[in-house]
Every structure is written in C-alpha cells, then in structure tokens.
Design a protein around this ligand. Sequence first.
Ligand SMILES: *[C@@H]1O[C@H](CO)[C@@H](O)[C@H](O)[C@H]1NC(C)=O
Ligand SMILES: *[C@@H]1O[C@H](CO)[C@@H](O)[C@H](O)[C@H]1NC(C)=O
Ligand SMILES: *[C@@H]1O[C@H](CO)[C@@H](O)[C@H](O)[C@H]1NC(C)=O
Ligand SMILES: *[C@@H]1O[C@H](CO)[C@@H](O)[C@H](O)[C@H]1NC(C)=O
Length: 185
Amino acid sequence: MNNKRMNDVIPLLLLFVLTIISQGHAHYSLGKEKITHLHFFYQENLNGDHPTAVLVAKPKDTVVNASNLAPFGVVYVLDTPLTEGQDPNSKVVGQVQGLSVSAGQDKTMLVFMADFEFTSCEFNGSSISVLSRNPILETDRELAIVGGRGKFRMARGFANLHTNYMNATSSVVIVEYNVTIFHYE
Ligand SMILES: *[C@@H]1O[C@H](CO)[C@@H](O)[C@H](O)[C@H]1NC(C)=O
Ligand SMILES: *[C@@H]1O[C@H](CO)[C@@H](O)[C@H](O)[C@H]1NC(C)=O
Ligand SMILES: *[C@@H]1O[C@H](CO)[C@@H](O)[C@H](O)[C@H]1NC(C)=O
Ligand SMILES: *[C@@H]1O[C@H](CO)[C@@H](O)[C@H](O)[C@H]1NC(C)=O
C-alpha cells in the first residue's frame, strides 16, 4: 500500500471507530435519576432450627458464646428476613444475604457485605448492595449503599439504622432501616 492510499484509509478508520464509540455511549445512557425511600425491619435471630446468621470462621483460641458473639476475627454468613413491621411475624418484604465480619480490635465493630433483595411490590427481585462498617453497639448508625440490581441498577445511597430491640439472652435483634436510594430505573 502506498502513502497516498494510507492517507485515504486512515480517516475512514477513524470515522469507523468514532461511530462504534458513540453507539456504545448511546446504549449505556442512564436516563433520569430517581430517589426512593424504603422502610423495613431487619430480623436477626441466632436461635432455633433456622438461625438467620451462622458462624463460619473464627481465630484459633477465640471463644464465641452468648456473652461474646462477635470477638475480633469472626465471620458470620447471613440469610436474614426483612419485614414490613417491627413484629417478627409481620409480612416479609425482603431477604439479606451476605457476610458480617467482626473487624474491631478494641471494640465490637462489624463490617457488612450483603445483598438486600426485595420480594414485594414494584421492587420484587431488585436489590441493593451494602458494603459498610456497622457498629452494632451504637443504637443509631449509617450504612453505605454501593450498588444494586434490577430497578436499583447503578444505585448509590445510605441507610439509617436504629436498633429497636436487642436481647442478649435469646440472641434476637430487631433493627429499623430507613433507606435512601439514588437510582435510574
Ligand atoms: C463466654 O466466654 C468467656 C471467655 O471464655 C467467659 O469468660 C464467659 O463466662 C463465657 N460466657 C458464657 C455465657 O458462657
Ligand atoms: C416476585 O417475583 C417472583 C419471581 O418472579 C414471583 O414468583 C412472586 O410471585 C413475586 N411476588 C410478588 C409479591 O409480586
Ligand atoms: C425512619 O423514618 C421515620 C419517619 O420519618 C422516623 O419516625 C424513624 O425514627 C426513622 N428511623 C430511622 C432508623 O431513621
Ligand atoms: C430475652 O429473652 C429471654 C429468653 O428468650 C426471655 O426470657 C426474656 O424475657 C427476654 N427479655 C426481654 C426484655 O424481652
């Protein structure tokens, strides 16, 4: 190929590449941002035949018992229902699945990595992803929302938590959530 022909071909190639890039851009356009507020209760119960969290790992020589459920280094797997009301028997509106890692040397501090999938109404099958420090001994705290699926694709946001009920003897904890989600669908 001589130089003259190269000079003809290069602009054509550039045009081709730019066309692909601009089509890609159009395909990923997100639309208008929306804000959704959700309110529900997290129902933890470590007792019974179906505990909502199970201990899967702990450091050698660390004791985990009812009076010390989350010493540094322990890992729980969660599958915990979310309900409409504070009553554990109220309607289930979602399910939390993920990990809770105890990551505080000096005080009880969990880190949550979990998918909160909703099962009711317009958000059935959609979820938010939480990746956040969760200082469970503080009655009021905030979690970060870093993503989502379905209607919550590309979500960001935050959840305000308030522990409504905590019984160390029965290992039952009920936490109220007010969630603010920025999303596009
Ligand atoms: C839990 O383990 C700690 C440390 O071994 C011990 O001091 C405490 O008495 C235990 N508590 C219960 C309820 O077993
Ligand atoms: C939610 O979606 C699932 C799966 O598509 C379906 O089986 C279920 O009936 C739906 N629930 C509600 C409350 O719409
Ligand atoms: C959630 O919002 C309701 C209504 O504004 C309020 O009464 C409640 O205290 C809030 N709870 C949390 C945990 O933010
Ligand atoms: C905590 O749980 C124990 C065991 O189930 C129960 O006997 C006790 O009444 C509960 N305490 C409160 C304040 O609900």
